[in-house]
Design a protein around this ligand. Structure first.
Ligand SMILES: *Cc1c(COP(=O)(O)O)cnc(C)c1O
Length: 360
């Protein structure tokens, strides 16, 4: 039934009207004297009109996202990256001390951080490390109870680079029948072979998809991403959000990044990252001390080494900063290495090969 997932959101928030900003109350006029802004551009303004508050949900940017993802604009919320979306969804659905979210570690840390900040429980149903980090659909289904509000699915997953089959996610969403919202974090979707679930998330129901401009689109510093979900969920998140979430320079950059010219350049870079990922995976697997290179559909490789943490230090001494992800039991000895330019990747490969030679 359309919008019934909303009945699982916090009842106290459903009754909340939300802040009505000056920008929301009027959208056209010739003299803007309603928001206590400066009538003059700042002396440091480079023509962007930063003396005016930004549109809370710029129509132009939403239209670009809608075009890019092939979904209606009413099913889209644009915000400050996926991190803000994770926080908003957690706050919208989870009652402190009562409700729970399900995560499948090893995975992105923000799902559990946002849950803990909100006072929600985190139920961990780990990926099946013995089976290629397969997604534990059955385990998730048996972990679900009356208090489960959100199920986090990260595909391609950070930090394993592995994926979750599209059909399995759709089965879970259908099986939950609006008892919980299934949130698919597609931060690395551009680098993988799988089709996005954004189109499915735009249909009425309990599936949501997060996208970001931080990775493939090279705008991590602009902080822009979006949520695709049932229109009723989008409307609720909109009311919880900060009144002017998107800084004007970020809106300008994001709109340009989603225009055809930039998307074409981004596509060629994605192709290069994918080629480099394959090249590096092959090269690293041959280096003594490398036990395993996890098959990755993202813009990084997670590599298991005989001595991960010491290798981390060796790379650091060469000025190469990677991520030590070895703390998770199923990732013992693992480092996560972002795919850089071909030259940067060669430096990583040489440093690892050199270390192996010195140890031999
Ligand atoms: C990097 C990352 C994000 C962060 O996205 P922002 O849009 O920059 O907040 C979200 N999810 C995953 C899995 C990530 O790795």
């Amino acid at each position: 039934m359309s919008g019934s997932i909303l009945s699982r959101a916090r009842a106290d928030l459903l009754a909340l009207a939300g802040y009505s900003s000056a920008r929301m109350e009027a959208s056209s006029g010739a003299l803007w004297l309603n928001a206590n802004e400066s009538p003059w551009p700042s002396p440091v303004d480079a023509g962007q009109g930063l003396h005016r508050y930004p549109d809370p949900q710029p129509a132009g940017l939403r239209a670009r996202f809608a075009d890019w993802l092939g979904v209606p604009a009413e099913n889209l919320l644009v915000g400050r990256g996926s991190d803000e979306a994770i926080d908003l969804l957690t706050r919208a659905f989870c009652r402190a001390g009562v409700d729970a979210v399900i995560t499948s570690p090893p995975t992105f840390g923000m799902y559990q951080v946002s849950a803990r900040i909100q006072g929600a429980r985190v139920v961990e149903v780990p990926l099946d490390a013995a089976n290629g980090f397969a997604w534990p659909l059955d385990g998730i289904l048996s972990a679900i109870d009356e208090t489960t509000k959100l199920v986090w699915v990260c595909t391609p997953n950070n930090p394993t680079g592995t994926t979750v089959p599209r059909d399995a996610i759709l089965d879970l969403a259908r099986g939950l029948e609006d008892r919980a919202l299934v949130v698919v974090d597609e931060a690395y979707a551009e680098f993988g072979d799988a089709q996005s679930l954004a189109g499915e998330a735009a249909k009425p129901g309990n599936l949501a998809v997060l996208r970001t401009l931080s990775k493939a689109h090279a705008l991590a510093g602009a902080r822009v991403g979006c949520v695709v979900a049932d229109a009723s969920v989008i409307a609720l998140l909109r009311r919880l959000m900060a009144p002017y979430p998107l800084p004007t320079p970020s809106v300008v950059a994001a709109e340009a990044a989603l225009a055809p010219a930039a998307l074409a350049i981004t596509a060629s870079r994605i192709a290069l990252v994918r080629a480099e990922r394959a090249r590096m995976a092959g090269a690293l697997a041959k280096i003594p001390g490398v036990r395993e290179v996890l098959p990755s559909q993202a813009n990084f490789l997670t590599v298991r080494l005989d001595d991960g943490p010491r290798t981390y230090e060796t790379l650091l001494a060469c000025g190469i900063v990677v991520r030590d992800v070895s703390r998770h039991p199923s990732l013992a000895g693992c480092l996560r290495i972002t795919i850089g330019t071909p030259e940067e990747n060669d430096r990583v490969r040489s440093a690892l090969a050199e270390r192996a030679r010195a140890a031999a």
